[in-house]
Design a protein around this ligand. Structure first.
Ligand code: DC
Length: 221
């Protein structure tokens, strides 16, 4: 059966990763959360006390960083950092780090290598526009800020992190602003992406919608 590339882009906390992960599982495809890669880079820089505004210092530290995956877990230099990449410190610095072109070049290169064999679902901000401009299926996910903040709060609580809705909303809006306005690969909807507003639909409905679209593409000649 034909194997395709599915690119899922959109704002923070629209449910992209949860959806992408389950779509991949149902199709037997690889799932890559590209945001986790930018988060792992940010974590390393913070651990090394690098000022993320200092582009020269950030570039100097980039070759110390090796990102890997073990199933859907993310590895930073061989260590599982699934929990550490979700902290407030990482949330507050990741948009600045991911606006740096040298960081993006390194991540995009690795993402393209992973996607070479197709059979992949990758979520992020520039997957349908920059990483896989030829992806067979491109989805752009949106949701209201209130619903996004509630979903993110629930996700954090499940990881034992307690943060107020106001603080989460502030961070999401700030990240939307930086991610959408940066010079290199800003968050924009690809012309050929299909928009799905997830404000009033369940995770199961999001997954089913994308699976239906994927099956159409897979069965197309
Ligand atoms: O999906 P997320 O919220 O975990 O992503 C964290 C940050 O990483 C997000 O604020 C912007 C950046 N990012 C990016 O610039 N490009 C991607 N493909 C994925 C994420």
């Amino acid at each position: 059966m034909k194997r395709i590339v599915i690119a899922i882009d959109g704002y923070s906390a629209c449910g992209k990763s949860s959806t992408a992960k389950q779509v991949a599982a149902k199709l037997g495809y690889t799932f890559i959360d590209s945001g986790a890669m930018y988060r792992a880079v940010t974590l390393h820089l913070l651990n090394q006390h690098v000022n993320v505004e200092d582009l020269v210092k950030v570039e100097e530290h980039l070759n110390e960083i090796e990102i890997g995956f073990e199933g859907s877990s993310i590895l930073l230099n061989g260590n599982n950092v699934d929990t550490e990449i979700r902290t407030r410190a990482v949330n507050e610095n990741v948009s600045a780090v991911s606006a740096i072109s040298a960081v993006r070049r390194k991540m995009v290169h690795q993402q393209q290598l992973i996607g070479r064999g197709k059979g992949i679902v990758m979520d992020g901000r520039d997957i349908g526009t920059v990483v896989f401009p030829d992806a067979e299926l491109k989805i752009f996910m949106t949701a209201s800020i209130e619903v996004r903040a509630e979903r993110r709060q629930k996700e954090l609580l499940e990881k034992g992190i307690d943060e107020s809705i106001e603080s989460i909303m502030g961070n999401l809006l700030e990240r939307d602003r930086i991610d959408s306005n940066r010079a290199d690969s800003p968050l924009i909807k690809a012309e050929d992406a299909i928009e799905i507003d997830t404000t009033n639909i369940t995770l199961e409905q999001q997954i089913d919608q994308i699976l239906d679209l994927a099956k159409e593409k897979i069965n197309e000649n």
